[in-house]
Each structure stands twice: as C-alpha cells, then as structure tokens.
Design a protein around this ligand. Sequence first.
Ligand SMILES: [Zn+2]
Length: 418
Amino acid sequence: MVRKLTAAAAVATLVVSCAPPTQKPTKVRALVLSSNGEYVPTEVSLQTVTDIVTLEGDVVKMQGGARILLDSNDPEARAAQTEEAFTRALLKDAGREVTASYITDEQGVLWPADFHTWNLVTTYYNFERAWDYFTTTVNVSKSELPQMTAYYFPEFTLKDASDKPQRDNALFFAPVQAFMVLPFESIQKAPLAINASVLTHEYSHLVFNRRVYGGRSIPVAINAWTAGGATPALNAIKSLDEGLADFHAYVASCKSTFGCNTRVLATSFESSVEQDRDLSNATKNCMTDTLLEQLYNTNFNAFSGREYQVGTILASSLYFAAQSEGDRQELARSVAAAYSDTTPSKYGFNQLAQAALEDQSKFTFDVGARSIVRHITNVNLKQRVCSQFATRLLPIELLTGTVDDCPASTTTVTGVCP
Ligand SMILES: [Zn+2]
C-alpha cells in the first residue's frame, strides 16, 4: 500500500511534455555504462544540443527515415561526375527530422518517454562525448569538426554484398560523409549506439577522414591504391585507421564512469573477423610472420578483415607503452598530429600518402608507424612506444633510420611475443 501511494505521488508530479524548450546545457536521462558494467538511466548534461526534440546540435543532427544504397550497378552512381553527385546518387532518400518525446520530472530533468527517444538521446550524448574528447583532450580544433548528419535507423543497403538492408551496426560512412545508426535485429546486448566506445571509434574514423583524406567522400589515395596486385599502402592505411580508432576509443573511455575500457568493440560487428579486440591481452597481441607477409604482399581483397588484427596489435602497443593518464593523452595527441603534418622531417599520413599515390611501396605500414613515433615529443614515452612496436608490431630495422625515428638502441620486451 505504501509503495502504491509513493508511485501514484511520483506520477502526479511528472509533467508530460512533448516539446520542452531547449536550454543549454540540457539535463536529460541517457543510458550510461555504470561502474559495475550495466547500462543505467543516468542524468547527464548535453552541452551542445540546440533542439532537444529534433536532437540537433553542434556535434550531430539526427535524421530519420533515410534510404542509402551502394550498388556498383546503380546507373545514377555510375553517371556521377563529381563527388557531390556521387553522394547524392547514394542518398536515395535524405529522410527527415526525428521527434523525441520526454517527460519532465520535478527537478526539470527530461526523461525519454519511449524507446527510440532513449536510443536517440544516448546516441547524441555519446557523439558529444567523442567530440569533446577530440576537441579538448586531443586538441583537434572545433572548426575541423563541424556538425555531421547521423542517419538514425536508415535503410542502408550494400547491394553487392546483399539485397537485404544492413543491420546491427553503427558506422561512419565516408561516401555520404555521415554517421549511421542502423536498426538492430539479432544483437542481444545493448544496441551499438548506446555503446560509447563504439561511437568514439566511429567518430575517430571521421577525424581520420578529415585529416588524412581531406574530408573526401572518395579518398584519392584509396582510389589510387585499389587496383593492381599487392596493395601494401591500402592495407597499411586501413590498419592504421582501425587501430588508432580503437586506441582513441580506449583513451576516451578512461574519462567515463565505467573507467578505461580495453575491450573497445567487444560487441561490434564492424569486423567480419569475429574476435575479441582486447588491447590489454599481453601475449596475444603480437604480429605473426604470416600476418606481416599479408600486410606487405597481398591485395586488399584478400587482406580485408585483417586490418582489424593489425590495428589491434598497433593499439595494444600504444596501450602498453602508456603508463599514466598523462601518457595516454599525450599519445592520443601525437597520433592525431601524425594524421597530417606538412613538416618535411615528420610528414603526416596525409602527406606521405600523397607522395605514394603512384607507388604503394612508399607508404608501407612501417612508414606510418615511424610517422607516429616522430610525433611523440616525450623522450621516455617515445622509447617505450618504440620498445612495444619492436616487441609486438615490426622488426626493429623497420622502425629506425633518421634521428626522429626509434633509436638503434631500442630493446624488445622479453617473454611477451614469440
Ligand atoms: Zn572501424
């Protein structure tokens, strides 16, 4: 009886409101991973949202009901002469604004009133955390990261792979320069957009696209490197993109209530290779002769899927090299600085890729690894990264060379990798 009265009293104090005015910051409830690993409705402050009903703000604008088709036989896409025309051809229906609904409690906090609002608000919150991480911790300027569209539950079809629309994923999709939060079907745990680490990983792909590929829908380097026999540069740049996205997601997670999360994409289906990408696995994250051979000597059609394996070893090397929050943050900044740098002694991936358009052997994986090393200014941290790279990732002779590369005195950590 007491319980019943309390519940009735609580309901009485709730004010139903479908279109609350948007205040900055906006206090809402979102599903956030708690310190014991459960998703809990948690009060958060959205700092950048300008319309809480359509879920639009400085970071993303949620857009429902879109239809996106990638089909190598699509006459519209084939006829496209410019990148903009290609993007338009893929976007069969741009969709429309979403409408979130809330219940305002007596403290003025907005509670999502239905499932989609919980999912939308949490998605916005996770994108905002990722944007905050890059603009504050990693020092990426806000002007580099303007508002992006996030297609919510679009019909997204990769026709060459399947007639059936894609499900159970959240991704950055460069051809339309937007994020997508796909409907779920078979996923048993939390929907992917609720997983903050997944969205930080995807947001990292946006940062990589903007810095390394100049924000292009069809990156020049990817286009140039697709044909031919062995594609060492394509294999390398894809591995760098995946691995560094995992590393950023890990560093960003250390600021969360849950704490540092080394199993970044434990529930993601982005990879076709089913594996547990745990950065903290000391003896598993080691390059093998076979993987190294494939990285340097196979075509991406055969390599595809292995960029996640190489990426995990790269991210794990950085994980083991960082010994403190200060190290983690410095490494995150060094890595992002290596994406683009016009200084000749330490060119970034962007510049190195441009110089290798005609010759893939000029942008092999070690070239990327050395660019990261050259951007680490703290001598001790650099030494530890070199030691981890030499232990897990690449033969030492591929890491040394100029004064800015790894020192010839770099030693490996014994008893870790065979
Ligand atoms: Zn990825």
